[in-house]
Design a protein around this ligand. Structure first.
Ligand SMILES: [Fe+2]
Ligand SMILES: [Fe+2]
Length: 174
């Protein structure tokens, strides 16, 4: 297993579930609600798992590069960006949850989460994940993947969404 592959594969599943919402008859709120419940839980668990296991490892990698005299790393900025983006995604989910499924307010929240997630996944894929592929060993990538997969399996029904301050997060994990 490889954490960079696992995250990419989760992103694909998220894109697929958002695309599925486009296919549902807007009047079929039962189906919209079921798909959204699954997608929202997945988005929250994925972000939480990244914050628990991937970003601490990315920050550690950045620290190691600095200690070795490599000044080219952007791991701290990449992490702060990601934590801020995760908050935006969670805020969209919370907004959707304030409205009846299928209503304008619900779609507004869903679309806000979708836009924030689309932008975030692109950045994460070509920043943090690329960085990790270039600089982290396969053993580390495997170990984090196993822990990450176990966490997602254990919390498949969702986790309590908690926004985090990006600066405090980096401080706490440095
Ligand atoms: Fe992600
Ligand atoms: Fe992320």
């Amino acid at each position: 297993m490889d954490i960079t592959e696992l995250i990419l594969s989760d992103h694909h599943e998220q894109r697929r579930l958002f695309a599925m919402l486009d296919d549902v008859d807007p009047a079929d709120t039962g189906t919209l609600g079921s798909l959204w419940e699954r997608l929202a839980a997945m988005l929250e668990v994925h972000a939480e798992a990244e914050e628990l296991f991937f970003y601490p490892a990315l920050l550690e990698l950045g620290q190691r590069r600095t200690n070795e005299g490599d000044t080219g790393g952007d791991e701290v900025d990449e992490t702060k960006d990601a934590i801020g983006d995760h908050n935006d995604i969670r805020d969209g989910i919370i907004e959707a949850g304030r409205h009846e499924v299928g209503s304008n307010g619900w779609w507004k929240g869903v679309n806000a989460a979708r836009e924030a997630n689309d932008e975030h996944m692109g950045e994460e894929e070509h920043e943090g994940l690329a960085d990790f592929r270039r600089h982290a060993g396969l053993d580390t990538r495997h170990r984090i993947a196993v822990t990450f997969a176990a966490y997602e399996a254990k919390h498949a029904d969702g986790v309590k969404a908690v926004d985090k301050d990006p600066d405090e997060y980096v401080e706490d994990h440095s």
